[in-house]
Write a protein of this length. Structure first.
Length: 438
């Protein structure tokens, strides 16, 4: 997806049906092997659109031919026929000969993984419930393995030293963080400045389409903190949820995650380099529950540190964002240290989500644990849990995805230039979670 879950560095692209410009290459111009895979890709897009008619939100973005979307709405197959259709696509893909072109083989692997995820989600649409780890493997291609919650107690002790006082630690941290809330009338200038800087830093390393752009809106009534609805034609709608007060730390987080080099850039590069230049129509559609989401969310989260390494984020926030927000720049360093310490707790959220969704703990117990290990108020804990109710195992894409992307990118080289080149490759080729593993 390209959404930002509450309390995490996340983001989402949602369905758009903009008419795609003419493709540079067509099926008729290619050889028989490629023509067959193009036909499979076309049928995959049609099937995914029809699955989207069965479940709202399943199709996160679409910018392929408008007539395909109209056909899916006019004559969607029933669930039995769609299940058979997925299996048929799997068999057709398996029957293709091995290609000498490594990129074609990568394309086949990508489609195969998307089919596996579609089959899992098809079962879930019909009421089947999988254990958390099995669901994550089926949908996103990874099996999460978590440390016990007690492994985060040392991080809690570090944070307790940063925010001394009496009373429960989560109340002390919440009260401290409230001092860094952006006033509603200052949200737009702060976010405008943050996103502009995210773009400037990204554009130094990745060539962006000349006519790319986005529209930003502030919304309410959502379980997520930010969402990118990719529209096609290099345009995005970025929504920021204001149900709860927004702190200064979220401006750079969401600017990078939803925008640059996060979801907006990821979708643009796929559209430009795969859908338009290669004619690979399977990349004109984004099923939310697929391995593609681990790449999308993981890269969007890692992109924050890539764009703002080390103390550079502190300097930008202190010198530019704090004055715009009407906050005291002298307090920026201490708050930055707290944010770094809080980031050590990110994995705890996924452990709690697994226990809650597998029903080994109650809802009240989950809320209590979120407050303790995420150091948030009851209201923020409830928003976090509502995200789990809606998106289930999707949450692993943020933490595990970020860790996998970080490890893979940083294995490609220590210098920033090599890390940005690796990031560009990740965002513009048919990469899978398995490709990130040594």
């Amino acid at each position: 997806m390209r959404l930002a879950a509450p309390l995490l560095l996340l983001a989402v692209a949602v369905t758009g049906c903009a008419q795609q410009p003419p493709l540079i290459s067509t099926v008729a111009e290619k050889g028989p092997e490629t023509s067959q895979i193009d036909l499979i890709a076309r049928d995959y897009v049609q099937l995914t659109l029809e699955l989207g008619e069965q479940e709202a939100g399943y199709v996160d973005a679409y910018y392929g031919p408008a007539e395909w979307a109209k056909a899916a709405k006019a004559k969607p197959r029933d669930m039995r026929e769609l299940g058979n259709g997925i299996v048929d696509l799997m068999l057709r893909l398996d029957a293709l000969p091995v290609s000498d072109d490594a990129l074609v083989e990568a394309r086949k692997r990508f489609l195969s993984a998307q089919f596996e995820a579609a089959l899992t989600r098809h079962a879930m649409m019909q009421g089947e419930v999988f254990p958390f780890a099995k669901e994550a493997k089926g949908l996103f291609g990874v099996t999460p393995v978590f440390e016990p919650l007690r492994s985060y107690d040392a991080a809690l002790a570090t944070i307790a030293a940063l925010v001394p006082g009496t009373g429960p630690l989560h109340e002390r941290v919440e009260a401290y963080q409230e001092r860094f809330t952006i006033a509603p009338d200052r949200l737009k200038p702060v976010f405008d400045a943050a996103i502009a800087e995210c773009k400037t830093r990204t554009a130094k390393h990745i060539t962006l389409p000349a006519d790319e752009n986005f529209k930003m809106e502030f919304v309410t009534g959502k379980s997520w903190s930010g969402y990118n609805y990719y529209q096609g034609n290099f345009q995005s709608l970025i929504q920021i949820n204001t149900d709860l007060p927004i702190r200064i730390s979220r401006a750079v987080d969401l600017g990078c995650h939803e925008g640059y080099p996060g979801h907006h850039v990821y979708n643009m590069l796929l559209e430009q380099r795969l859908t338009r230049e290669r004619g690979w129509q399977e990349f004109s559609i984004y099923p939310l529950y697929s391995p593609q989401s681990l790449i999308a969310e993981g890269s969007a989260n890692y992109g924050i540190d890539l764009a703002f390494p080390g103390e550079e984020r502190l300097a930008f926030e202190r010198d530019i964002l704090y004055p715009l927000a009407g906050l005291d720049p002298a307090t920026a360093e201490d708050y930055f240290k707290l944010q770094q310490a809080l980031s050590k707790l990110k994995g705890a959220r996924f452990i709690i989500a697994q226990a809650y969704l597998d029903k080994t703990i109650t809802r009240d117990a989950a809320l209590t644990l979120i407050q303790k290990y995420q150091l948030v108020s009851r209201k923020r804990a409830e928003q976090s849990l509502s995200f789990n109710d809606q998106y289930r195992s999707y949450v692993i894409n943020y933490g595990l995805g970020q860790d996998m992307v970080k490890a893979w990118v940083e294995r490609q080289g220590d210098a920033p230039i090599w890390r940005w080149k690796a990031m560009e490759k990740l965002l513009s080729e048919p990469m899978l979670p398995d490709d990130l593993v040594e």
